[in-house]
Every structure is written in C-alpha cells, then in structure tokens.
Write a protein that binds this ligand. Structure first.
Ligand code: BES
Ligand code: ZN
Length: 937
C-alpha cells in the first residue's frame, strides 16, 4: 500500500494533540468529580454519623449511646422465621431472615434482642452477596444488638440472617411454655407467646417498635403425635416432615403488622368452629381450648361471631385477615391479647358454661372478646405510632367494646354499665396529683408497661364517649372510618384522629382544642353552679380529692382549665346540643328551659367532669330522683360522695341520697351506691370507729327490701341485669353482716362441703367467702384440696376467695407460703391471692408485712417490669389511714428505690393513704353523727 506518510502524519499529530488534550480534560473532570463526590460523601456520612449519635425520640434529642429507640432509617419488610420449640426441655432453636430497607448511609444495623443466645449473624446485600461484618455487640441494657459493618452500608435492600436459641420455661412473656392437666393424658405442655409491648425481642431478634411494621412468613415445629397443632396469625400453608417426631408447619405470609401482634402457638388444643360474614365472604372463626374445656367454648364462638359482624358493619371496613382464632391459654399474664388473627385469652376471659360460671363471668367473656376484636381495627390495622399514644389502641378498644357487647347482648344495658365499669374508678385516680396525662412521653420498657393503666384505658374510653356525644354518633362513626382507611396498615398519632373528626364536624366547634384539653393535661374540672332565677352560671376548677393539694398551673398550656361540653336534662327533656364551656372563658350561663322544675347537668354522666350545685338545687334534684334515668341516678350515687370527700359538699347530701336505694332495683345505681357506702364502711372499720356497727345497721336497713325481693333463690325468668343486681345486694347484705345472708352462706357451704350440692354459679362466691369465714383447720385444708383438684380457672378464683377470707391468721400465713408454690397457684393468679387476702381486714397487715419482707423474691420472680407487681401496691395499702402506716410505706419505698413499672403506683398509694388520714380527721365525726341519727330509717 502506497501513501504519503507526511500528510497523515500531520493529521496524526493534530489528532494525537486533540486526544491528549481531551484525555487531560477528562482526567481533570474526573478529579474534580471525585473531589466533589468525596466532599459530598463526607458531608452525607457526617450527617448520618451525627444522626446515629442522636436518636430522635419524641422530638427530643437524646445523648449518644442511648438505644431506647431504634434508628428509624432501617425498616424491616419481611420476617422469615423458623421456631423449633422443644416442649419437654423447655428450650427452643430459631432462625430469622429479615428483609430490611436501609434508607441512608450507615455503618451499623441496630435491632432488638433480649435474653436470646445469638450464634450466627450474616448480612447479605439485595443481590445475595455477603456484606462483611466487623463485629456484633449485644447491648443488653437496651435489649439490642448492634451489627457493625466493615464498610458503609449504602441505602438499599438487605437481608439479615440470625440464628439463635432461647428458653420457654420459667416465664410468661415472649415465647414461653404453659401447661395444664388433661383428664386423659395427664400433664400437657404447650408453647405460646405474648409480646406486647416489648417482648417480641425475647422471642426472636427483631425491630420491636410499633411503627416498624413488616410481613411475616412463619415456620413452626410441632410434635407429630398426640394431636399437636401449630397456630400463627395466618392459616397453615403447608406441613412437611422434619424428623422422626416432628413436622414443620409453614403459614401463609401475613399482611404488614407490628412485631407485638405476631403470635406462635404449639398445643394439643381442640376447637369449636363457626364462620362470620365479612361483607359477603364467610371467614372461619375457631375457639380453641384444652380438650377438657372444649364444651365451654360455644358461648365465645357465638359472641365472637356477633361482635365481629357488628364491627364489619360499624367500621364499614372488612376484617382484613383470612381467619380468626380465639385461644384460651392456661397461663396468661394479661386478661387477653389481640394478636391479629390469633387472639389469646386467660381461660377466665374466654370459657363459659352456665352450670359453672356466673353472670359476671359471662359478661367478662363477652366484653373481653368485644375489646380484643375491636383491636383488629384499632391497634392492628391502624397502630399508634409510638407508645405515647397508647390510648388510641386501648382507649378506643375500651370504648368500642361497649358497642360490640351491646350489639351482641342488647339487653345488658352496656351503655349504663360503662359509667360504673370504666368511668368511676378512673375519676377517682384522676383526682389525685399522681395521675398523668393521657398522652405522655414514654421511652423505656418500664415506662411503656406503666401506661397500660386506667388513664389510657378508662379515661381514654370516657373521653371518646364524651367526644361522640359532642359531635354526634354519625360523624363519630364516619370520622373513625376515615381515620382507619387513611392510616390502614400504618400508624397514627392523636392529631390524625382529631383531624378526621374536625373535617366532618366543620368549624362549629374546635374539636381539636376540646379534646386536647383532656388529653395533654391530667385531671378534670368540677363545674360550680350558682343560680339566679332561671339563669344558671357555671364556673370551673380542677377537681382534686384533696382540696388543699397544691400544683403549678403553668405545668400545662391550658393552665388546668378544660373545654367542657356541657349538657343537661330537665323534666322537659335533654339539651339538644352540648354547650361548650371553653377553657379560656371565665364562666358560662345557661337558662333553665321555661317551665322546667328541676335541672341536672351532665346527663347520664357522659361528660368527663363533675358538677356541684347550691344545696337547694341538690335537694331539688334528689327530690326528683325517681324521674331520673338509670344513668343519672348512677351518676349522682357516685358523684355526691366524691364531691363531699373533696370538702365541697356536706356528706349529708350523699348519705341522704343513699336512702333512695331502699326502693331501687336497678343494677347500675345499686352498684355505684353500694361501692361508695362500702368505702365508708371500710374507712370506719380501718379507723376503728365506734359507729361501724351502727353503719352496718343502716346498710342492712336500706338493703333489706331488695334483699327480700331478690332472695337467694333464683328465678328462671331473671334477666341478666336482675342477676347482677342480686349479686350486688347479697354482697352488700353479707358485708354488712345481715344475719340471714350469713346463715344462708354457711348452710350452703356446709352442705356443699359434705356432698357437693349444686350451688348456683352466681351465689358461689358468697357461699365460699361467707360460709368459710369461721372454718376449722380441717375444713380449710379440705377447701385447699378442692382448690388444687379443681381445673376450672374461674371456679378456682372463687374458691381462692374463700381461702383468703378466713378469720384464722395461721391459715392465712400458711396460704401465703402455699401460694409461692407454682404447682399449686399459677403465677398468673399470684397477685390476685395477695390482693384478695389483703381485703380481708385480718389479712391486711399480714400481706403488707409479707410483701415488704419478700420484695426481693417478688421482684426476682415477676420482674419489676410486671404491671401487676406495681399495681398491687395501691391495692394492698388502700385501707391504711395512719401516719405510722404512711411512714412504713415511705421507708419501704426508700429501701427499694427502683420501682420499675410501678413508680406511679407508689405515688398513688402514698397519696391515697394521705387522703385516708385526712378523711378520718375531717369527716369521720360528721359521718358518725349522721349515723347515730339515721341507723334506723
Ligand atoms: N393489648 C392488651 C393486652 C396487654 C395489656 C398488653 C397490658 C400489654 C400490657 C389487651 O387488649 C387488653 O387490653 N387486655 C386487657 C383486658 C381487656 C379486656 C381490657 C388486660 O389484659 O388487662
Ligand atoms: Zn386492649
């Protein structure tokens, strides 16, 4: 080939030059770019490191090295879990493969794990490449493990594989073992779980916070023989052989849910089956129990079906899962737990049969089911973002349960029962300085456990009832539906709920502000009424049972004033719309409707506040007692006593009002009146009043007509409410020492001990308690043996109440020791024994001494995180009324300064005792004077 070398050369030179220049430019650009990238990364890394140093908790920035909140940039997507329990050794092996989304640059992954032995941790990238781990540190004080990587983790999808081992025995939370005695097979072991609020981390490594929702693919090992089955939140997908003796059961993948809702059960339980209509699709509903208890599951199935069908309609949102199981667990730390699709219960809260169980037992079953099933929407579908807003779960379920129970059992008067069962107790607690706001900052597991209290449950429910009455049932229902739809499969805060209601209600009323005055500050107001002609002027003040208690108004932005929806009822009817008494108004005036002869504010005690009137108005209302609704009567029979106790009203008013009980036959007024009268009787007793027996005469006097009408003989046509009233009346009569009542109990007890003659389930408690008071050592021992042989959980509690109420101190001492033996008294019933014995005046000091000298034993056995250990303190000290006792309590708390989840309970206990002391000083004599003049009416 011939060519001119020069030309091309020349051209080549230019090209080379151009290329060289371009390469040079490129290099410069690349350098610049890498500098930019480096600087960018540096900034990002720093930001991310700074983030890591300060986990954001409830808008507060916590110091470095606090792991109470997980970094929220690592989100679990799916847990693929294997759990291989060995029911006999009480140990289990497990592994979990967690798919996570990392949303920013990190050099570690932090997840929860508590008490597990971790043997293997592998981190994979989204394309299944091994991601090198530098080290794995367990920070047991925060219940987390920290996986630190060798390189920075870039945002993206990862898999964390963890192999671990744990124990099932010796605990009642996390994944644990329960047992029962079968009439055919003897001792049986089962594995079960309970995770709320912070115990999923005890079962498997996980991101154990309510807003870190993920799906679950569960594989559970179960024995092949002895009819063992495995249950989890979803239906079984497949079963495969694992070894000679075991099968591995795989379940369908769940929807996205919080860790605390997952549940795993291996048992040999049997079930009753029904279905429910889920907007046209039939869904299986099964009620499981140990085979001997199977016949007690039919009522639960019937109620479960009715309640859930009602909810599907009410929320107008289908039940989101393909199955629903309810299971009675022999050892269960709570009353019940709403694991999605696999709700677990104490046996006492699920099993019912009319030959063994009382009317109260039946109602408990219905209301607990109604409560737990409400959580399928409130809590499970939409979950509180963090435990601060627990009331969104528990307050809601505690209110909606009444709607569910009402739908299933329309004759039970559930809405009036709300007043006595939910409202009255919390109004007392919330009138103390040791109360707390509904929405409260919590961080540690102890703080989280502690807010599962009556403020979240009962006050939460009461506020919702008031809210519904304010905005109207329709708007409330639609608002709730919109809230659920908007946040379905996600999380919410209090504001989210209010916003939905406000949108529907419009600007007529500031719903947000009204509700906030009740959620962000503790306590509630008392409205003071003054009258001028037909004009009623209302002012407000915080209600405290101790009128001299001091507090700082600046603690809250509303300065302890509330926006109160005021309602009233007169002989002309009810007010149509609530009148808002805004927190920043000094007073409001209301005109009594023309022609009305009396007016009572806060009809049916729907509002969460109290009302005090001038004496003439009180007289007028009480004079018209018979024209009032059951709710209003119930209201007055509680409120007058409490206002008197706070020093704002003469005790004469409630005591005179109590005379109305002579002609009363309805359950809720009787219940409220009886509770308050008995509280006076107890106070007279614990202050050794000379008038105690005269007050008993008074009580016998007012209870006699009802007692004679209801009698110990049941009527076939007795309504549910009649049966409940009978129990209140008999209980009061026996407590007041009514001769016939005690004789009946003794007679029935003797014949029962001799030949097990049938006792009506409603009367059993009275027979066991009052029939055995003076029992001989032999009889008491025989009763203890009956307790041990009895397998029904509710029946056992009733017998235990008998064992706790004897007069013989030595027997009580023996019982305290016997109760420590787990093979005689299940741990779940332990505190019940202490509390019941302490309510026996002869046992009060005994229990107190026992608790003080065995505190370390109790703390070791139950842990300070146990909510019942904490809540026992105010109960067993509730009758103390001397400086000496107060000092003992203070010294005891000083000796054991760590109260765990029971810190607030201790404050409440102290405040209650101070109030008792004050009561004795201020009112004892006044009441004694009244008794002297009224013991026979
Ligand atoms: N979610 C709770 C169970 C629970 C209670 C978990 C306390 C953690 C701490 C359940 O829905 C519930 O509220 N159970 C009640 C009984 C219910 C009928 C009021 C309980 O166990 O006391
Ligand atoms: Zn609940």
């Amino acid at each position: 080939m011939c060519y001119d070398k020069k030309k091309p050369r020349k051209t080549n030179k230019t090209v080379v030059c151009l290329i060289t220049f371009s390469v040079f430019l490129l290099i410069i650009c690349a350098c610049l770019l890498s500098v930019l990238v480096f600087v960018g990364k540096y900034i990002l890394y720093n930001a991310c490191d700074n983030y890591k140093k300060s986990f954001v908790v409830n808008r507060q920035v916590l110091p470095q090295k606090t792991y109470w909140r997980l970094p929220n940039d690592t989100e679990p997507v799916l847990y693929d879990i294997n759990l291989l329990p060995n029911l006999f050794s009480g140990l289990y092996k497990g592994s979990v493969n967690i798919t996570v989304n990392v949303n920013s640059y990190r050099s570690d992954i932090v997840l929860h794990s508590d008490g597990l032995v971790i043997s293997d941790v592998v981190l994979y990238t989204g394309d299944l490449k091994n991601f090198p781990i530098l080290n794995i540190k367990e920070k047991s004080e925060f219940q987390v493990i920290v996986i630190t990587t060798k390189r920075k983790i870039l945002p993206g999808l990862y898999y964390i594989f963890v192999k671990f081992e744990g124990r099932l025995f010796g605990k009642f939370k996390g994944f644990y073992r329960s047992h029962y005695k079968s009439s055919i097979n003897g001792d049986r072991q089962i594995a079960t779980s309970k995770f709320e609020p912070t115990y999923a981390r005890q079962a498997f490594p996980c991101f154990d916070e309510p807003n870190l929702k993920a799906k679950y693919k569960v594989h559970l090992l179960k024995p092949k023989n002895n009819s063992y089955i495995a249950l989890s939140n979803y239906p079984v997908a497949s079963t495969e052989d694992y070894d000679e003796e075991h099968e591995l059961v795989t379940f369908d993948e769940t929807v996205s849910m919080s860790t605390y809702l997952s549940c795993f059960i291996v048992s040999d339980f049997d079930h009753t089956k029904t279905t429910f209509d889920n907007n046209g699709t039939m869904i299986p509903l099964k009620v499981y129990a140990s085979p001997d208890n199977l016949y007690k599951t039919t009522y639960a199935a019937e109620i479960g079906k009715k309640v859930i069908e009602h909810y599907v309609n009410y929320f107008d949102i289908p039940y989101p899962l393909p199955k629903l199981d309810l299971v009675a667990i022999p050892d269960f730390v709570s009353g019940a737990m709403e694991h999605w699709g696999l709700v677990t219960f104490r046996e006492t809260a699920l099993l019912y049969t009319n030959t063994t169980h009382s009317t109260a037992n039946k109602q408990r079953v219905a209301t607990v089911i109604a409560h737990e099933l409400a959580h399928s929407w409130f809590g499970n579908l939409v979950t509180m973002n963090w435990w601060n807003d627990l009331w969104l779960n528990e307050g809601f379920a505690s209110y909606i349960e009444y709607k569910g129970a009402l739908a299933a059992e329309p004759t039970w008067g559930m809405m009036e029962q709300f007043i006595i069962s939910e409202m009255h107790s919390v109004l007392s607690l919330d009138a103390t300085l040791s109360s707390h706001p509904i929405v409260q900052t919590v961080l540690t597991p102890d703080q989280i456990t502690a807010i599962f209290d009556s403020i979240s449950y009962n006050k939460g429910a009461s506020i919702l009832r008031m809210l519904e009455a304010t905005v109207g049932e329709k708007i409330f229902q639609r608002g709730v539906k919109n809230y659920l739809n908007r946040h379905a499969y996600g999380n919410a805060v209090t504001k989210d709920l209010i916003e939905e209601l406000q949108i529907l209600y419009g600007n007529k009323l500031d719903v947000a502000e009204m509700l906030e005055t009740f959620t962000v500050q503790m306590g509630y107001p008392i409205l003071n009424v003054t009258v001028s002609g037909d004009i009623y002027t209302l002012t407000q003040k915080r209600f405290l049972i101790d009128p001299n208690a001091t507090y700082n108004l600046n603690e809250t932005k509303y300065r302890y004033k509330w926006s109160v929806p005021v309602t009233y009822v007169t002989d002309m009817g009810k007010s149509t719309e609530p009148i808002l008494f805004k927190y920043n108004d000094d007073y409001i005036t209301i005109k009594k409707p023309t022609g009305a002869t009396w007016i009572k504010f806060n009809y049916d005690q729907i509002g969460y506040y109290r009302v005090n009137y001038p004496l003439s108005e009180w007289d007028n209302i009480i004079k018209n007692y018979d024209s009032l609704s059951k709710g209003d009567k119930t209201h007055l029979l509680e409120e007058t006593f409490k206002i008197a106790e706070a020093g704002l009203l003469s005790y004469k008013v409630p005591l005179e009002l109590s005379k109305k009980l002579k002609n009363e036959r309805d359950y809720t007024p009787w219940s409220a009146g009886s509770n308050n009268l008995l509280s006076i009787l107890n106070r007279l007793g614990s202050t050794k009043s000379e008038q105690e027996s005269s007050f008993k005469d008074y009580l016998i006097n007012i209870v006699t007509p009802a007692y004679k009408e209801f009698t110990w003989t049941e009527n076939e046509n007795d309504s549910h409410l009649n049966k409940l009233t009978r129990t209140v009346v008999i209980s009061l009569a026996c407590k007041a020492g009514y001769k016939d009542c005690l004789e009946q109990a003794e007679k029935k007890f003797d014949t029962w001990m001799k030949d097990r003659q049938f006792i009506s389930p409603d009367l059993k408690s009275f027979v066991y308690i009052y029939g055995s008071t003076k029992a001989s050592v032999e009889t008491w021992n025989a009763l203890l043996q009956i307790y041990q042989d009895e397998n029904d959980a509710s029946e056992k509690l009733k017998i235990m109440a008998g064992l706790c109420n004897v007069e013989n101190v030595d027997l009580l001492k023996k019982l305290l020791e016997v109760t420590k033996n787990e093979s005689i008294v299940r741990s779940q019933d332990y505190f019940d024994v202490l509390q019941t014995m302490s309510s026996n005046p002869i046992g009060t000091d005994l229990v107190w001494d026992f608790v003080r000298s065995n505190w370390q034993y109790l703390a070791d056995r139950f842990t300070l995180n146990n909510r019942y250990l904490g809540s026992m303190i105010p109960t067993i000290t509730s009758s103390f009324s001397t400086e000496e006792k107060l000092k003992e309590m203070e010294e005891f708390f000083e000796k054991y300064p760590n109260a765990g989840a029971g810190e607030a309970n201790r404050k409440t206990a102290l405040e209650n005792v101070k109030n008792n002391i004050r009561w004795a000083a201020n009112y004892k004599e006044i009441i004694e004077d009244w008794i002297i003049n009224n013991k026979t009416i």
